[in-house]
Design a protein. Structure first.
Ligand code: M6R
Length: 614
């Protein structure tokens, strides 16, 4: 949730930290702060609100020059977003400064302990506890690394901590448990970040850390231990996307840029995953074909948009493999004592690979001896590392809080997985698989065609600037599309929006329909006659009650025209793949409407990109 940056080297630490925070701000933007060591003292500034407030404050009152420091951008958990609760937090003697991502669950006990020992705690945060504990421990041990190891052994919950000690201007020490942290390996300088975007401008060599590890960086060294001080090693990797991927590239929002990148990332997500003849080759799936043949049940888990990707996956996987497939919100799944066996395949979908709800769910699933396959976008993140297998989605960095290309590539990965399972288990003929692969291969062009007509959707957004409620209807694979269309509007435009399965309408939601209410209707392709015709009936029913219908239907489907107040034509694709093209106008609509309303599209209120607390 929060974004963290650490630096030690020869350059000006404040410039590097502020730049890193700018790239981390998508993770949380309730406050921002910086602390550095200058001439044996901690110098620090922090401000509630967006990073710009901190930047203004530093421009007015510059901090002394320093070559070591830490920075933080916050998504508030303990205590409201104000200057006092902003990170970094300092120990009582101002010797140690700490930034933190996560929740220290035993903080009340630790706070009471500190207060009974005369600690003067000024914020409402759990982080300040860590700062005080670290400062007290470093005063005893004289060594920040040892102090970090000792303090981490006392903490419960999820945390990334990054600390500096005014008496030791050479080292930044960090630790992680269930919360992300990567090391950037430079020449004569080293970096820490919640993800690689924090330092991508300076190095693409990164070091991935395991759970419960402490890392100490100096200009020339990186040392990793566990919480007991036993030396450990991180896993080095190369970040294969460049700086431009983390920049807006002329777009007003990252989100809009990411929407328009979708043709390219669909190609990337398919790259190397099939032969020219259409045989799937998933070298990265480290679950044997024998084990996949034994799978008797699939449970797909995820949260938010990733959960909707799972709902689409269910239609494809069951249809192609005949394996029963359930989809569940990861946080519901984890705490309801689900029945899992060694023949259950749990598919965990997560763009960030750090979502705490999903992480806890996969840990639980593996304890029950189920196999876990992650579908993930973020190399080196925790969920794929703790899974038995991974399919990376190759969407590149997704900076906007609202997921777009992350979702579309999750869908591609789900299709690829479904077809692979069908291939391994022989539930589809080779030519059927090859035909679907060929249809997937055409998706970049189909999506591009929808994007080329963005202006039609933008006009719709202009026409609905005063809407206070918008509904979305879909059937079959169009149902998750409706849910996602509504989520995007809630997230970005802050207006009431609901997605319904069209068949459910008459069981209650139709009572919401009133004169002029805009309703997006996702119509299945004509090839699926029953589904298609039933959707048309639903559209007629709501139109008869005064709804304004905005119909998404495949080009050439003349049967919808009499019932569509507005028509968005979609390229002709197989039914099961239709979400890939149908989602695009809904993404564009939400992005444009939020822009017109003056909302911050990339950083919507109350949200954070990566939800690393349960
Ligand atoms: O990183 P993840 O895919 O695990 O994130 C899951 C959800 O938090 C995420 O999809 C969220 O719903 C997005 N803000 C949707 O736009």
């Amino acid at each position: 949730m929060c974004g963290i940056v650490g630096y030690v080297g020869e350059q000006s630490a404040s410039g590097i930290i502020i730049e890193g925070l700018r790239r981390m701000e998508y993770r949380g933007y309730d406050s921002a702060g910086i602390a550095m060591i200058s001439e044996g003292s901690i110098v620090s500034d922090k401000k509630a609100g967006k990073l710009a407030n901190l930047v203004d404050s530093l421009a007015e009152n510059p901090l002394p020059k320093a070559q070591i420091g830490i920075g933080h951008t916050r998504w508030a958990t303990h205590g409201p977003p104000n200057d006092v609760n902003a990170h970094p937090h300092l120990g009582q003697q101002r010797r140690v400064a700490v930034v933190h991502n996560g929740i220290i669950e035993n903080f009340t006990t630790l706070r009471e302990e500190l207060e009974s020992d005369n600690a003067d705690l000024i914020s409402e945060t759990d982080t300040e506890i860590a700062a005080h504990l670290l400062e007290r421990t470093v005063a005893e041990t004289g060594d920040l690394t040892t102090a970090m190891q000792q303090v981490c052994r006392r903490l419960e919950g999820a945390f990334t901590l990054v600390a500096i000690d005014a008496n030791d201007p050479e080292r930044v020490v960090a630790a992680r448990r269930n919360s992300p942290l990567v090391v950037g390996l430079g020449q004569g300088e080293n970096f820490l970040g919640s993800d690689v975007a924090a330092f991508i401008e300076h190095t693409r060599d990164a070091l991935e850390l395991a759970q419960d590890q402490v890392v100490t960086i100096t200009r020339d060294s990186v040392e990793v231990t566990d919480f007991d001080g036993t030396p450990a090693t991180g896993k080095q990797y190369y970040v294969d996307w460049d700086l431009s991927a983390a920049e807006k590239g002329g777009y007003d929002w990252f989100m809009r840029k990411e929407i328009f990148e979708q043709p390219e990332v669909i190609s990337d997500a398919l790259l190397g995953r099939h032969t020219p003849e259409g045989t799937l080759q998933l070298d990265e799936v480290r679950i044997s074909e024998g084990e996949l043949r034994d799978v008797d049940r699939i449970v797909v888990i995820g949260c938010g948009t990733a959960h909707y990707a799972g709902l689409v996956a269910k239609y494809a996987i069951e249809h192609w493999t005949r394996i029963p497939c359930e989809v569940e919100l990861a946080h519901e799944f984890r705490y309801r004592d689900p029945i899992l066996t060694r023949n259950t395949l749990v598919v965990a979908i997560s763009q960030s690979g750090e979502t705490a709800d999903t992480l806890m769910a996969i840990r639980y699933a593996r304890q029950q001896r189920a196999k876990v396959l992650a579908i993930c976008n973020t190399n080196g993140s925790t969920i794929p590392r703790e899974s038995d297998a991974v399919i990376y989605t190759h969407a590149g960095p997704e900076i906007a809080v609202a997921s777009t290309k992350g979702l579309i590539t999750q869908l591609i990965a789900c299709y690829v997985l479904g077809l692979y399972l069908a291939q391994v288990r022989g539930t589809l003929y080779g030519d059927e698989i090859a035909n679907t692969i060929s249809a997937l291969g055409q998706m970049p062009d189909k999506v591009q065609a929808v994007l080329d007509d963005a202006e039609t959707v933008y006009q719709l957004a202009r026409d609905h600037i005063d809407a206070s409620s918008i509904l979305f209807l879909g059937r079959h694979a169009g149902y998750p599309v409706a849910l996602e269309g509504a989520l995007k509007l809630k997230e970005l435009a802050y207006i009431h929006a609901e997605g319904f399965a069209a068949g459910e309408l008459k069981h209650g939601p139709i009572a919401l329909i009133k004169e002029g209410l805009p309703v997006f209707c996702v119509v299945p392709p004509k090839g699926r006659d029953q589904l298609h015709d039933k959707m048309i009936s639903a559209i007629q029913e709501i139109r008869a009650r005064g709804a304004k219908t905005i119909v998404l239907a495949e080009a050439g489907d003349d049967s919808v025209k009499p019932f569509a107040d507005e028509l968005i034509e979609l390229p002709v694709v197989p039914t099961i793949l239709q979400p890939v093209v149908a989602l695009i106008p809904l993404q564009l609509f939400a992005c444009e409407l939020a822009t017109l309303l003056g909302n911050d599209v990339d950083q919507p209120r109350n949200l954070a990109k990566s939800v690393t607390v349960e």
